[in-house]
Design a protein around this ligand. Structure first.
Ligand code: NAD
Length: 491
């Protein structure tokens, strides 16, 4: 094993214990990309210890210096963007066009939080008593555990690592065992940027390593992106340790097309919502709600467009949709498609694997469109995390909002309308962390992102993200010379 795939603990490369490696495969052709260490519980503990020791020094580094290092990291990510993008595409099968954008987006995120590192202010608070001076400071929470999913590792890492480092935290990162390579490459860039050893530690492995990390009571914060089920397991552990959590979980996001929508744009938005990245995004617009007046036309056009999507090698610029990220995931998605058919949803496009022999080695599913999906059915309620769209009609604004809000999730949503009042009205009524109007799947380093209900809690990106990594301390100073009555609280 080379140092490229070694873990990083306390600034040193750490190799696996004998027999503890995990193969990382390219989902397009199944070939072996690397063997990564499957961290032992002891190695995870060592990483938290190293981060704890580094925190003593790093938390006293002035914000302006943290900003300088974060800016340097952003520069290095930009300089290595093409290499990182190709690595991520080989690792998780996302289109190269998409991973290129995500590499630039990651760099933008490090730059945005570099700008915040020297602006983490407290406040002075006027109290009722003139003789008492009160102020707050906002201090880093300590060691943060950052755990990411396989679908967008570079971007998900930047969402967490940038504010954590800006705030003065040290970190232990655990990327998904399915797509860990760009995280290990980013750790090398962190070192090249000049961050002190121990500030950024990376352990690799699966659920066992993740559970060892999230069970460590020395953590100041766990920031997790992944499935609801794992989020719930982590929350159960945190109920014992009382470590605070940020949870970025799944979604079943509605994309709503009203009768006055710009239809061509809405159609493109619907396709982007579900077929970009093969639907393997938490924000996938996996439920398309269409006003009855456009319903049949929209379903027919969507099905035709879905059938014409070019499947292929995600590194080929002509490809529009790559494979799903791994075999087990493909099997899961196929089972959900099968169940939806058995439940009576009308299959209008896709629904099976492509016949093209050139695609047999990859984890491909044809872009799939189901119409007349019952709002209460499993397909309308459960996250598929694949290129499977559930289309359903509505007759009124009230009904659209009711269907849209009628799942256990609340991550993203789309509204297509030319009516300004309706846009604001519906945005207010939707239960979701993000509402897009006349666009879908757009993001910015400045714009806060996160979910409600089973989509999780806490926010990433935007000014709010820093709050996940700092805690407020109140300092109250009595300026008088009075000797107080010891048996009465001072108010
Ligand atoms: P997952 O929950 O299986 O794994 C996520 C991470 O958790 C991986 O690093 C995994 O190794 C680790 N893990 C697994 N079991 C663990 C345990 N018991 N304790 C601690 N860590 C553990 O999710 P996934 O399949 O990698 O990702 C897909 C899910 O992620 C989807 O539900 C998707 O919606 C969600 N997601 C959410 C966002 C968001 O920002 N809201 C973004 C991307 C993906």
């Amino acid at each position: 094993m080379s140092d490229d795939t070694a873990m990083v603990i306390g600034g040193r490369p750490v190799l696996p214990e004998p027999g503890r490696t995990i193969p990382v495969l390219n989902p397009f052709d199944g070939h072996l990309l690397a063997d990564i260490p499957d961290a032992t519980a002891q190695q995870v503990t060592d990483a938290v210890t190293a981060a704890g020791e580094a925190f003593e020094r790093w938390s006293r580094v002035p914000g302006v210096e943290r900003a300088r290092l974060l800016t340097r990291l952003a520069d290095l990510i930009e300089a290595n963007a093409e290499r990182l993008a190709r690595m991520e595409t080989s690792d998780n099968g996302k289109l190269l066009g998409e991973t290129r954008v995500q590499a630039r987006f990651a760099a933008r995120n490090y730059r945005f939080f570099a700008g915040q590192a020297d602006k983490i202010y407290g406040s002075t608070i006027p109290l009722d008593s003139e003789s008492t001076f009160d102020y707050t400071t906002r201090e880093p929470v300590g060691v943060a555990a950052l755990i990411t999913a396989w679908n967008s590792p570079m971007q998900l890492l930047a969402n967490k690592l940038a504010p954590a480092l800006a705030a003065g935290c040290t970190v232990v990162i655990k990327p998904s065992e399915q797509a860990p390579l760009t995280t290990l490459a980013t750790a090398a860039l962190v070192e090249e940027a000049g961050f002190p050893p121990g500030v950024v530690n990376v352990v690799t492995g699966g659920p066992e390593a993740g559970a060892a990390l999230t069970g460590d009571a020395r953590l100041g914060r766990i920031s997790f992106t992944g499935s609801v089920r794992t989020g719930q397991a982590i929350a159960a552990t945190a109920a014992r340790t009382l470590v605070p959590l940020t949870l970025e979980l799944g979604g079943k996001s509605p994309n709503i097309v009203f009768e006055d929508a710009p239809l061509d744009r809405a159609l493109a938005g619907a396709l982007a919502g579900i077929f970009a990245a093969g639907g393997q995004t938490c924000i996938a617009g996996s439920r398309l709600l269409v006003h009855r007046s456009h319903y049949e036309r929209m379903v027919t056009e969507l099905a035709a467009r879905a059938e014409s999507i070019v499947l292929g090698d995600p590194l080929d610029p002509a490809t529009q949709m790559g494979p799903l990220a791994n075999k087990e995931h493909l099997e899961r998605v196929l089972a959900m498609v099968h169940d939806a058919r058995s439940a009576g949803a009308s299959l209008r496009a896709g629904g099976d694997r492509p016949a093209d022999p050139a695609l047999r080695a990859g984890c491909f599913l044809r872009p799939t469109v189901f119409a007349d999906v019952g709002p209460g059915s499993a397909l309308a309620q459960e996250e598929v995390f694949g290129p499977v769209l559930a289309v359903m009609p509505f007759a009124s604004e009230d009904e659209a909002v009711e269907i849209a809000n009628g799942t256990a999730y609340g991550l993203a949503s789309g509204v297509w309308t030319r009516d300004l009042a309706r846009a604001h009205r519906v945005a207010r009524r939707l239960v979701a962390g993000t509402v897009w109007v006349n666009t879908y799947r757009a993001g910015a380093a400045q714009a806060p992102f996160g979910g409600v209900r089973r989509s999780g809690y806490g926010r990433e990106r935007g000014l709010e993200a820093i709050d996940e990594y700092v805690r407020t301390k109140n300092v109250m100073i009595d300026l008088s010379e009075d000797v107080r009555d010891p048996f009465v609280i001072k108010a």
